[in-house]
Design a protein around this ligand. Structure first.
Ligand code: AMP
Length: 282
C-alpha cells in the first residue's frame, strides 16, 4: 500500500494502470474510516486489478465552518485500519494541492439537489460534484464505490456520470450498521456513549415506520408513526423525515410507487446524522 499526496503522481500512476489494461476501483472518502468504508474497499478489491482509496476532507462541500473544523481526521489511524486490506494506493492530497485556486466552476444538479440534504446544506452537492469530478480525472477509475447511506449523493453522482458521459461505473453499496442499528459514520466518533445510544433510535424509528408501511398505512400515516416515535426520544432532534421515490427523490403521496425510501436527518449532541431505509425496492 502506497500513500500518494501529489496529484501529478496519482495521475501518472492511474495513467500507467490504464495503459497496462488494468481496471481501477476508487473509493472516495473523507477518512476517519470504519467498517462502512471497508465494505466499499472490499468490493473494489474483489472486482478490480487496482484499488485506490482517497482520503480527503473536502472543504468545498461543508456549508458549516464548525462542522468542517470538527470533522474527525487521523490519517495514521486510517492507514493502520487499511493495513492488510489489499489496497494499492491511498490518495490523500493537501487542500493547497487539490485547490490551487478556489474553483469557479459550479455543479448544478437541478431538482435532485434542491431537496433533503441539498435543502438543508446549501452548496453541499456543488462541492461534492467538483471534488468527485476531480478525483475521477486524477484516479481514472473503472468503477467507483459509494455508500447508499448517502443515498442522494449516490443518485447525483450516478446522474452526473450519465449526463456528462464519464466512463466510470458507479457502484452503490448497502449501509453497514453497528449492532445497535446505528448507521456507521465518521461523525459517530463525536458522540458520547450515551449519544450513541440515543442515535441508535434513528434506525429504530425507521423500522417502526417501515412496519406501519407494511401494514398498509399510506405515506402520511407512516410519517406520523415515525415522527411520533422520535418525539419521545430525548436528545434526538429530527431535521427532516421524508418518504421519497429513491430515483427522483420526490415525496410519494400514495403506496403505488415502484420504489420507496425514507430519508432522515437529525441531530444528537450537536452532531448531524443521516440515515435511510428502503420500504420497497424496484
Ligand atoms: P464519507 O467518508 O463519509 O464521505 O464516506 C465515504 C463513502 O463511504 C461514501 O460513499 C459513503 O456513503 C460511504 N459510507 C459511509 N458510511 C457508510 C456506511 N455506514 N455503510 C456504507 N457506506 C458508507
Amino acid at each position: 500500500m502506497q500513500l500518494i499526496t501529489s496529484l501529478e503522481e496519482m495521475y501518472t500512476i492511474s495513467d500507467e494502470c490504464r495503459l497496462a489494461g488494468k481496471s481501477i476501483g476508487l473509493v472516495p472518502t473523507m477518512g476517519a474510516l470504519h467498517e462502512g468504508h471497508l465494505s466499499l474497499v472490499n468490493s473494489s478489491v474483489v472486482a478490480n486489478d487496482v484499488t485506490i482509496i482517497s482520503i480527503y476532507v473536502n472543504p468545498l462541500q461543508f456549508n458549516n465552518p464548525t462542522d468542517l473544523q470538527k470533522y474527525p481526521r487521523n490519517l495514521n489511524d486510517d492507514l493502520h485500519l487499511l493495513h492488510g486490506k489489499s489496497v494499492d494506493y491511498v490518495f490523500s492530497p493537501s487542500d493547497s494541492d487539490m485547490y490551487k485556486e478556489h474553483p469557479q466552476v459550479k455543479m448544478d444538479f437541478g431538482s435532485l439537489a434542491n431537496v433533503l440534504e441539498g435543502q438543508y446544506r446549501p452548496g453541499h452537492f456543488d462541492g461534492v460534484g467538483v471534488v468527485v469530478t476531480k478525483l475521477f480525472h486524477i484516479c481514472q477509475p473503472t468503477r467507483a464505490y459509494f455508500g447508499l447511506k448517502d443515498l442522494q449523493q449516490y443518485l447525483l453522482i450516478k446522474r452526473m456520470v450519465s449526463d456528462l458521459s464519464f466512463s466510470t461505473t458507479v457502484v452503490g453499496m448497502p449501509i453497514v450498521r453497528e449492532d445497535s442499528g446505528l448507521a456507521m459514520s465518521s461523525r459517530n466518533q463525536r458522540l458520547s456513549p450515551n449519544g450513541r445510544q440515543i442515535a441508535a433510535h434513528i434506525y429504530q424509528g425507521l423500522k417502526r415506520a417501515a412496519e406501519a408501511w407494511k401494514k398498509g398505512k399510506n405515506p402520511d400515516e407512516t410519517k406520523k408513526e415515525g415522527i411520533s416515535f422520535y418525539r419521545e426520544i430525548h436528545g434526538l432532534e429530527i431535521e427532516y423525515f421524508h418518504i421519497v421515490d429513491p430515483d427522483t427523490l420526490r415525496e410519494v403521496d400514495s403506496n403505488v410507487a415502484q420504489a420507496v425510501a425514507i430519508c432522515i436527518a437529525g441531530y444528537v449532541e450537536g452532531v448531524r446524522l443521516i440515515d435511510n431505509l428502503y420500504l420497497r425496492q424496484d
